[in-house]
Every structure is written in C-alpha cells, then in structure tokens.
Design a protein around this ligand. Structure first.
Ligand code: ADP
Ligand code: ADP
Length: 238
C-alpha cells in the first residue's frame, strides 16, 4: 500500500542526510510507531510519504501511484486520501469544533464555496460522524480556543477523518500532552484504525507508548532504520 524505495533526503546542499536510503513498505492492518530521538529523521520520513517533502533520491509509491513526477494537482488528490495529524494541528482557534472539522472537506470543493460556508448535507453528516468517532459530539459548538490539549488533538483527528483517509500519518501528535492524555489519544487512534482498517503510521518519542499500541515498530537513528519488527522484539535502546 505504501512503499519507499531507496528514499534519501539531504538538506543543506547534501551536508545533512535527514534520511538515508530507506526501503520500507506498509500494508493494510498495520499500526506503525516510528521511534527515534530528535533529529533521527522521523518527521522527514512522514513528510515524504504524503509528498510534502520530495526525496533527493528514491521513490515513494502509494496505492500503486508513484509520487515521482506528479503534478501539484495530482499530488493533492493523493494527499486528500491521507489524514495528517501533527503536534500542532493548525486549527483555527476562533472557530468552533464543528467549523474546524468541516474545513477538512476542503480541497474537494471550490474555494469560494468554502469562504461562503456552503456545505452539502453529506459534508455536514460526515463531519458529525467524525466528531462522534472522536467522542466530541457534545462539544461541536465550542470554540477551539476553549478546549484542552487532548480535546484539541481529537479535533485534529476528526479533521483528518473527515477526508475518509485510508492512511493516517501522525507527526508527534502527542508530544505536547501528558502521559494519560497521550494514552487516551492512542486508544482512540487504535479504535479508529481497527474499525476503519486505516493504515496508521505515527511518530512518537515515547518507547512505552509505541510498545503498547503498535503492531510494528520502526526505529530510526541518523536517518537509518535500526529496528523494524514487532514491539515484543524491541530490546535495544532506541
Ligand atoms: P538546499 O540543499 O536545497 O540548498 P537548504 O537546506 O538550503 O536546501 O534549504 C531548504 C529549505 O529548508 C529552505 O526553505 C530553508 O529555509 C529550510 N531550512 C534550512 N535549514 C533548516 C532547518 N535547520 N530547519 C528547518 N528548515 C530549514
Ligand atoms: P525528527 O523528526 O526525528 O526530529 P527530522 O526529520 O526533523 O527528525 O530531521 C532530521 C535531520 O534533518 C536533522 O538533522 C534536522 O536538523 C535536519 N533537517 C530537518 N529539516 C531540515 C531542513 N528543512 N533543512 C535542513 N535540515 C533539516
């Protein structure tokens, strides 16, 4: 479903090897946690999968579509099937939970319609379903600026879900949350992953979280894979 073939990313005219010759594939049913210290290349890796970052060499293939040589418009279509969640989810604080989530349907409609807030019943229903999935159905009218960190992260997940993704990518989505809130978010991601069979690939720096939730752990160090396997097999220090 997702294939990286000899993917390298170099920054600073080749001085920094952010990721180095990665070849990995990910299939339906996998809940992958990517571990590694700060600077290991986790974020670059995630950004390559959704095409935000173009590899210096190598190729990324998603659902048999190579991202090499795709035009920006075609790339947007691929991306519209990928739900991204971040440490900062780029939500609009003054807007309500519902308004933030329904903007996740952008990209599949014309910009002027977005500005006028013209949404179809199907888009509204899809947004409500996503909000139920993250258990925020009682807070739909609350402004995002009035929410806790964990609730904000759930809005971010709902906003990703509204795109009906078959892949969810997370770039340190729980990095700013305490451990019990992080566990709640992971439980939610696990539930969504199982129900909807969404391939889920999440960067985390907490080894215990990864061991508890992942079906597969990939550990990076200096842009290279130092471990790829079942959580139970992870023994070395990553
Ligand atoms: P190139 O190898 O193509 O010259 P650069 O490293 O000069 O690439 O920069 C590529 C892009 O990344 C630029 O937009 C630059 O502003 C940005 N950038 C450079 N260094 C960093 C850094 N340490 N962290 C985040 N962004 C950076
Ligand atoms: P992680 O997510 O594991 O912290 P990153 O993928 O952000 O790792 O970074 C991998 C390496 O690439 C680091 O050495 C980082 O400083 C460098 N790096 C990341 N983005 C840029 C950029 N835009 N320009 C230059 N160097 C970068």
């Amino acid at each position: 479903m997702i294939k990286l073939k000899n993917v390298s990313v170099r920054y600073k005219k080749g001085e920094v090897h952010a990721i180095n010759n990665l070849s990995l594939s990910f299939e339906k049913g996998e809940f992958v946690c990517v571990l590694g210290k700060s600077g290991a290349g986790k974020s670059t890796f995630i950004r390559c999968i959704n095409g935000i970052q173009k590899p210096t060499t190598g190729e990324v293939v998603i659902n048999n579509t190579s991202l090499l040589n795709l035009k920006e418009k075609e790339l947007r279509v691929v991306r519209s099937n990928i739900g991204m969640i971040f440490q900062q989810n780029y939500l609009i604080p003054r807007l309500t939970v519902f308004q933030n989530v329904i903007t996740g349907t952008f990209g599949k409609r014309k910009a002027w319609k977005n500005l006028l807030g013209v949404f179809t019943d199907e888009e509204k229903e899809r947004s409500n379903r996503a909000l139920r999935a993250v258990e925020l159905e009682n807070l739909t009218e609350r402004r995002v600026e009035q929410l806790s960190g964990g609730q904000i992260q759930r809005v971010g997940i709902a906003r990703a879900l509204v795109q009906k993704p078959y892949v969810i990518l997370g770039d340190e989505p729980v990095a700013s949350l305490d451990i019990s809130t992080s566990i709640k978010i992971f439980k939610l991601l696990e539930k969504i992953h199982k129900e909807k069979q969404i391939v889920t690939i999440i960067n985390v720096h907490d080894v215990q979280l990864a061991k508890r939730f992942a079906t597969r752990i990939v550990a990076l160090k200096n842009g290279e894979v130092i471990f790829d396997g079942a959580p139970g097999e992870l023994t070395r220090d990553v």
